[in-house]
Design a protein around this ligand. Structure first.
Ligand SMILES: C[S@@+](CC[C@H](N)C(=O)[O-])C[C@H]1O[C@@H](n2cnc3c(N)ncnc32)[C@H](O)[C@@H]1O
Length: 233
């Protein structure tokens, strides 16, 4: 189910990121780093640590932000369907520290071997808006979150189609379908998965603007949720 999309995509996001990968860090640079810093700051405050799963890892900027904020990560798994994006990530992180999985998160969550793993921290930054059924993906991810683990996500809430189309053009050049998720849908999905929201903040990000046009920021929500319970693993 989709709760809102822009109307004129000309590529799907997988093809887009494959083509965009070599320029991703150059083009999104500071903005991407700044946004990931906001997420990492919140994760640091939650005191999450241990085994990380980073969904939609891209060029690795989320993982690098977590490391910059001193979050102790004992193992890192990075998943992303784009070989091009992962090729940019690899040189940034020592091979022995990271397991790289080139896979769509939906496929990942159907693999019995992967479903046996447990993670203390699951991050999904600037990615849910590319996923058609984020609520069910969140449910799947919650299932592999360890007791006392934290899930940190970001999502785009914009629902006014006229505004969202402008934002879309400014931020992503109308390149692919963007999915919007109202707060209640995400909140429900988190609660139904047995997690408790522990942090929520609105953040304006990716303030790219076409020359001559007014600034058009994208409003994201950064949300953290914990699986409370007695330790078992
Ligand atoms: C905007 S980038 C964000 C990368 C990184 N998290 C960051 O903040 O810099 C979005 C990434 O999500 C990935 N992605 C898109 N659809 C995905 C899916 N279904 N499963 C996993 N990753 C996906 C894209 O390939 C891309 O690398």
């Amino acid at each position: 189910m989709s709760y809102g999309t822009n109307s004129t995509p000309n590529l799907n996001s997988h093809k887009y990121y494959e083509a965009f990968a070599p320029q991703y860090d150059v083009v999104t640079g500071e903005e991407d780093r700044e946004f990931n810093n906001r997420v990492a700051e919140a994760v640091a405050r939650s005191q999450a640590q241990g085994r990380l799963l980073d969904v939609g890892a891209g060029t690795g900027e989320t993982i690098l932000a977590l490391l910059r904020y001193g979050i102790p990560l004992s193992a890192i798994t990075a998943i992303d369907p784009s070989r091009g994006m992962l090729n940019e990530l690899s040189p940034k992180l020592p091979e022995e520290r990271i397991r790289i999985v080139q896979r769509d998160v939906g496929d990942f969550l159907t693999d019995p071997k992967e479903l046996r793993q447990r993670y203390d921290l699951i991050t999904c930054v600037s990615c849910l808006e590319l996923i058609q059924d984020a609520p069910s993906i969140l449910g799947g991810l919650a299932g592999i979150l360890a007791v006392n683990g934290v899930m940190a996500i970001t999502y785009v809430e914009q629902t006014d189609p006229s505004i969202s189309k402008q934002i879309m053009r400014a931020a992503f050049d109308d390149a692919y379908t963007l999915h919007y998720y109202p707060e209640e849908i995400i909140d429900n999905s988190i609660a139904m998965s047995g997690l408790t929201t522990i942090f929520k903040q609105r953040v304006y990000a990716y303030t790219r603007r076409p020359p001559g046009e007014a600034p058009q920021d994208v409003m994201y929500t950064v949300q953290l949720a914990r699986r409370f319970g007695a330790a078992e693993d």
